[in-house]
Design a protein around this ligand. Sequence first.
Ligand SMILES: [Zn+2]
Length: 209
Amino acid sequence: MTTFEHVMLGMNGAIAAGLTRRCGWPVAAVAGLAAAAPDWDGLTLLFSSSAFAAGHRLWGHNVLACVLVGTLIGLIDCRWAVLPRMAYWLGQMLRIEGAASLAQNSRPVDGRRCSLWILVAIIATFSHLLADMLVSGTATLADWEVSLFWPWSRRGWVFPLVPWGDPGMTIVFVVGLFALVRWRPHAQRVSLLTLLTLAAYMLIRGFLC
Ligand SMILES: [Zn+2]
């Protein structure tokens, strides 16, 4: 999946689970960030091509790294409310109406909610692994296996249903995003419908096309 699709998968998962109704939109932001986070190992390209060759789609794409990164993201956002603060500053800069309400979400959360933040972030990182196993390969590139238990094992798993870069999933998420904006009071149902549509599309694409 592309970064946009990973983010949307995480956010829609949190909204569909009813978490935003209970905890507000910051929990969806954390889920979106964490869902894309395992691709951090692609940034190794900034350091050296050998590091990229060794670590890309490996160092961040395993259960251990996901638990660590998910815990880190959940803890940091819980303690310092980084995402709500950024949204607040952005809202102020762009003079978006209602930006002040974002500030209310920038208060540090308590310990119980902190645990929820961490749990949500870890589950969101796992959604990345699952998505990368289901969306894999292109017309010219072979399917790419996910080494779930690296560094203990190099064995990889892949269940390719949809080729990487397939526009169908992007379309589903974009339509879902517009629907979320249009029908905000029904966000949970909209996100659930978006995810069900995505699952149906992937199954049809994988088994019938
Ligand atoms: Zn990935």
